[in-house]
Design a protein around this ligand. Structure first.
Ligand code: HGY
Ligand code: MN
Ligand code: MN
Length: 426
């Protein structure tokens, strides 16, 4: 891996250590295609968590876990004071990229280490403690819903419900966390939250910017549907007698795309997809009895999203008739199009300007742990560019220079936040 220097942050500021750690971290669950596969609560997730624990403990942090496996690396600077937390997630999608989430956790711990070194060298007095958090199961692939650990932390889901949630093989979150030994009873007194993440889109790259200041989330509605049909012989059953669950489910997938095309305006796009689709019994000679699928709808505008959602439900009623199936709606996971803290964005902009980094405002299409945290405490969300916007893909890439610029910015921002520039000590 090559280490490049930039004018704003010459080597010696820990750039080499960051890149070496990023390289080491990326070996856990490494895939042949250059990505990682470490779904929440798997052995590979456990290995990455243990590695992160060793890194943090090696720098004098204390590592603790809460009831749903959120991992906290604590740097106590002011005994008894609340914490400024920074973090993201170390779990990945199946055949995911090396940067999604993991970059943010590593950037956060390096920012905290740099702050620790600055404070040891003298300077201003901190008013807060610092925690680096690896939130459990942000990705939501093995266990649904996504952003699970941060949802419990912010009171949106109960720990009991989450611990009983099972993966497709029937293993519960509790069993998975116990098997990797990362479950505890810690709770954190939190004052503010900072997160840095790769953009996972192409707007920063297209604009030639290094830093995105996230001004708001897109709204998202994710639905689990089960299409019920009746198992039959694919050859011997006449069409009129069929209740083909696969036909109904396919119509639903096509309807979702048509809704995205039909409801997007120049101002407010609608994005829909179906990323999970399971056919039963999935035999070449059997008309499907059941299909389980997950459809998501997203938009920047709450009214547009509501209109798209209403249309989806109209289409479902029509598909039930035309395909002679029954469509049942199960769990849903919804978050709103909501703004991040404006004062936090201004503070991050000041820091970026002082470091000579180019920046602009962006909205986040993807959900992040900060999507939950911002509803609990003042939150600042930052992006660095993704090459060609590729994400949830082994080819996901962010340049070394951009990663290092993000660590520099997070360090600067953390230093000011810990001095009281964002939130006051209660
Ligand atoms: O955007 C998502 O759906 C995921 O939670 N990151
Ligand atoms: Mn992520
Ligand atoms: Mn992701």
């Amino acid at each position: 891996m090559t280490i490049t220097t930039r004018q704003q942050a010459p080597l010696g500021s820990g750039a080499g250590a960051f890149l070496a750690d990023f390289h080491s971290m990326s070996t856990f669950g490494a895939t042949a295609g250059g990505g990682v596969d470490r779904q929440a609560g798997t052995a590979e997730d456990g290995q990455t968590r243990n590695w992160f624990r060793g890194l943090a403990e090696g720098h004098g942090f204390e590592v603790r876990y809460d009831a749903v496996g959120n991992q906290f690396a604590l740097l106590e600077l002011v005994p008894g004071a609340p914490y400024i937390a920074m973090g993201s997630h170390l779990d990945s999608q199946p055949l995911g990229g090396r940067f999604d989430g993991a970059y943010g956790v590593l950037a956060a711990v390096h920012a905290a280490i740099r702050l620790q070194q600055r404070l040891a060298a003298g300077g201003s007095a901190p008013q807060f403690n610092v925690a680096v958090v690896n939130w459990f199961n942000e990705e939501g692939c093995r266990f649904k819903p996504s952003m699970m650990g941060s949802a419990v932390f912010t009171g949106k889901l109960s720990a009991e419900h989450v611990l009983e949630t099972v993966d497709p093989r029937g293993t519960s979150v509790r069993e998975a966390l116990e098997s990797i030994g990362t479950i505890g009873d810690f709770s954190l007194d939190l004052a503010a939250y900072l997160e840095i993440h790769i953009e996972q889109g192409r707007s920063l790259e297209d604009a030639g910017l290094t830093i995105g200041l996230v001004e708001s989330t897109w709204g998202a509605n994710k639905y689990e549907f089960t299409v019920h049909g009746e198992q039959a012989h694919t050859g011997a059953t006449i069409i009129a007698d069929r209740h083909d669950a696969l036909l109904g489910a396919s119509a639903l997938v096509v309807a979702a795309r048509e809704i995205a095309d039909g409801f997007s305006t120049e101002e407010h796009a609608v994005i829909t997809s179906c990323g999970e689709f399971t056919v039963y019994p999935n035999s070449p000679v059997v008309v499907a009895s059941r299909v389980e699928l997950l459809v998501d709808l997203r938009s920047t505008d709450a009214e547009v999203l509501a209109a798209a959602d209403a249309e989806l439900h109209r289409r479902i009623a029509a598909i039930q008739q035309s395909a002679a199936v029954r469509i049942e709606q199960g769990a849903q996971h919804v978050w709103g199009a909501k703004a991040y803290d404006k004062a936090g964005m201004s503070l991050a902009a000041e820091c970026a300007a002082d470091l000579g980094l180019s920046y602009g405002t962006v909205r986040t299409l993807a959900g992040h742990d900060s999507t939950n945290l911002k509803d609990l405490v003042p939150t600042i969300m930052l992006f660095v560019p993704s090459v060609e916007g590729i994400s949830h893909n082994e080819k996901e890439l962010t340049s070394d220079d951009d990663m290092l610029a993000g660590v520099d910015l997070l360090t600067e921002l953390l230093g000011r936040v810990v001095e009281g520039a964002f939130v006051a000590v209660p």
